[in-house]
Structure formats: C-alpha cells, structure tokens
Design a protein around this ligand. Structure first.
Ligand code: TTP
Ligand code: MG
Ligand code: MG
Length: 416
C-alpha cells in the first residue's frame, strides 16, 4: 500500500472543448447557449456588412446528436449525445455550429505541448484529456500539487486561450473523478483521506469502468453509490461479477488504483474502413467502389502524414454480404505515406480476392510503421485515439467522415 499512496497524478480535461474552440473564432457568441453538432447546413453565413448569421437549434431537422454544448446550453439540459431534435425543444434559441475536427485537433496539440513543457510525463487519453505524473515535480509534494496545477492551467490558457479543469490525486481513478468536481476552470486536490467524504456519495456509474449494465446490476443489489459498493462484501462482488471485475469493483470503490501513467505506445498499424450504405458489387458498382477505395487510401495517407508515420505493409479488409471477412496484405520495397502508392498496393491486394459476392465493408490498413524523422513529437500521435472513435457518431457531424473513422490497432486495454 505504500507505493500507490506516495504517487501524485493529475487528470486534465478541457472545458466544453469543441464549443470553447468555436468561441475563440466567434467571440460574439460568448455567454450564449451554443451547441456543436449538425452538418454543413449549420455553417455560419457572412453577411454583406461583415457580421455573421448563425443557425439556431430550432431550425434543425434531422437525426443528428449533440456533440457538445457550452455550459450556458447545459443549463437548459442540453448535453453530449442527446438527439438534436430533443435539444431543440429544450433550447430552441441556442446557436448551432458544425464540427471542425481539424481545428479541435490543432488546439489539442497546442494544449498538450504546453503541458509537456512543464510536466513531460503525460498519458494521452483522447482529444481533450491527459493524465500527468507529478512524481518528478518535487515541489508538488509540499502543497499537494496546487501550485503546479495552477501553473498548468495558466500554461494551457496562454497556449490556447482555453480553460481546463484539473484533478490531482494519488491515482488515475481518483484524479479523473475529481477533475470534474469544480468544472469549468476548476482545480481539485484529493487525498486518500477524502475518499469517504467526497467520493463515496457519488453514484457508482461515475467510476470510469462501471457502465450502464454493471450499474444496473449493482442497483439491483441495492448498491447505488460508490460508498455502497465500497461497503459491500468483496466475496459477494466476486460471486456476482466474476473474479477480476468483482475484485476491481471493490478496489475502485475504495479509491485504490495502481495503473501507471503510460506515456506513449507506438501504434502497430493505422487503418481506415467504411461500411457501405448498400452492399456493392465489384463489377456492377465498379465506379462507386473505386471512388470509395481511393478515398480511403487518401484518408489513410493523411492520417499517416499527420501522425508522422510511414508504412511498409499495406493491407485490405473486406466483409462480404454473408459477413465473411477476408484480409490480404502486401509488403512494399520501401516505406510510404503516399496515397497513390498505398492505392496501388491496396489494388494489388484486391486482385488476390474472389470478388463474386457483394461487399458490405472495405478497409485499408497501413502496418509495419516507422516514425518519420523531424515529425511531431511521439505523444501527439496517440492524441484522440479512443475518444475520436467514440466521439464522431455517425449522426452527430459530417456523415461521410463519420462513416470512415480512423481505427487504430489499440494495444491498450483501457475498457474494463
Ligand atoms: P468531454 O471532455 O467529455 O466534454 P467537453 O469537453 O465538451 O465538456 P466538459 O467541460 O464536461 O469536459 O469531451 C471532449 C470533446 O469530445 C467534446 O467537446 C466533444 C467530444 N465528444 C463527442 O464528440 N461525443 C460525446 O459523446 C462526448 C461526451 C464528447
Ligand atoms: Mg472536456
Ligand atoms: Mg474529456
């Protein structure tokens, strides 16, 4: 128990991230309820007099979901993942803007680089959050991390103009929980001694790793708060939830978590794939299939370049209308991140497959990666891996984009 108790870990999460980035560009919207979501139709129009006209939520029609909202919009009950039509009923006057992922990624890199200058041991946990190991910051021991926490917030603000919230605690689990306590623009320090007072009253599902199914099952056992789970007989938890999850539930509810801050993992491969709206045939739908195939290769090339990798093994993945999956790959004479070379190699792979049946899905994959010299520093390459996949739901933003999400071969086992 000594080692974990002596650690000091921060969790930093940007406040209303996508919405706050938009406010940098449209400061006239500050203070108004603002929702990010919708497609191109919600793009602002520039009037002749130089002012802008913004779409309102009440004018939205479609099946999209809210990507995020400002705290002013949250006051109306509008949150991430809510259907936009429902959101429009709650806050019809809220301004609506489409997503601009390139800009969010740029700001993400900026804030992470600013943090890295002060505290280099960071774990990238998505587009707007990181864990930071403060173990190498001796002064942090003296005040529980308050001064370094304030300095990090200041550095993020100077680099981006944006606010964030930070939780500092003896482990990742507690740091993540307490970074939310004082949002937006918060700084919360928590020690093991605060667990009973500050953590136990929270609903069990607030723990990252207790999903809707587990929390429902806990509730059926009369366990609603984290404190209820902490007080439950560990043997009963093991019996009901299995050995590893049951044991983990007991530890997590007691604020115990020994996971290290993992600074960087090189991805093994990067891929793009898309499921078609209708099954396509290699001959009858040749043109459409060719266009999609080339598009995937171009996206993959962009991903490689942006993340600073070149690949030596190009592969394809096909799913037929009977759900059978086939993969083929090919090793190139030298590494590439060029769309044309990737397209040619992927085309060669495709020739080795019997294409009599119609296709449901097509994917292109770049493996045997090597980092290109003089590129972005390693830690930015993992930016947004998990969140990006989770946070571009098909209905929320640009439909075409959402259908071909960047898929990493994740080596981490974050989901419990
Ligand atoms: P979050 O950090 O969960 O939310 P947030 O930054 O918007 O607000 P908070 O102040 O509560 O931290 O997510 C970061 C970004 O990820 C968010 O701005 C938009 C995106 N996102 C989605 O696309 N879909 C989702 O369901 C969620 C929760 C977030
Ligand atoms: Mg956030
Ligand atoms: Mg977040």
């Amino acid at each position: 128990m000594n080692a974990p108790a002596s650690r000091l870990i921060a969790h930093l999460d940007m406040d209303a991230f996508y919405a706050s980035v938009e406010l940098l560009r449209y400061p006239e919207l500050r203070g108004l309820p603002l929702v990010i979501g919708g497609g191109d139709a919600s793009r602002p129009l520039l009037r002749a007099d130089g002012t802008r006209s913004f779409a309102r939520l009440r004018d939205y029609h479609g099946r999209g979901v809210v990507t995020t909202s400002t705290y002013e919009a949250r006051a109306f009950g509008v949150f991430s993942a809510m259907g936009m039509m429902k959101a429009a009923r709650l806050a019809p006057d809220a301004v609506l803007l489409p997503c601009d992922f390139d800009e969010y990624r740029r700001c993400s890199r900026l804030f992470k680089n600013a943090v890295r200058v002060l505290t280099p041991v960071i774990e990238d946990r998505g587009i707007d959050e990181i864990y930071i190991d403060l173990g190498d910051v001796p002064a942090a021991r003296l005040d529980g991390g308050r001064a370094i926490g304030l300095a990090l917030k200041q550095a993020v603000r100077e680099a981006t103009g944006l606010s964030c919230s930070i939780g500092i605690a003896p482990n990742k689990l507690l740091a993540k929980l307490c970074s939310e306590f004082d949002k937006p623009d918060g700084l919360t320090l928590l020690t093991q001694a605060d667990v009973a007072r500050r953590i136990w009253p929270l609903p069990a599902r607030r723990i990252n790793g207790i999903g809707p199914k587990a929390s429902e099952k806990l509730a059926s056992l009369g366990l609603h708060t984290i404190g209820d789970v902490a007080a439950a007989d560990p043997a009963m938890l093991v019996e009901r939830f299995g050995t590893s999850y049951g044991k983990w539930l007991h530890e997590a509810a007691n604020g115990i978590d020994s996971r290290p801050v993992v600074t960087f993992r090189e991805p093994k491969s990067i891929s793009r794939e898309t499921t078609f709206e209708r099954d396509l045939h290699a001959v009858r739908d040749r043109v459409e299939l060719g266009r999609i195939f080339t598009g995937l290769c171009e996206q993959l090339a962009n991903d490689l370049k942006r993340k600073g990798y070149a690949s030596r093994t190009i592969g394809i993945k096909l799913r037929f209308d009977d759900f059978r999956i086939v993969t083929r790959d090919l090793t190139l004479p030298e590494r590439t991140s060029e769309a044309r070379t990737i397209r040619r190699a992927a085309g060669e792979c495709l020739k080795r497959v019997d294409l009599a049946r119609r296709l449901r899905l097509l994917g292109v994959r770049a493996g045997a990666l090597a980092r290109l010299a003089e590129q972005i520093p390693p830690a930015t390459a993992t930016e947004s891996i998990g969140k990006f996949i989770a946070s571009e739901p098909a209905a929320s933003c640009d439909q075409q984009r959402a259908r071909s999400l960047p898929l990493f071969d994740r080596t981490e086992g974050s989901a419990r």
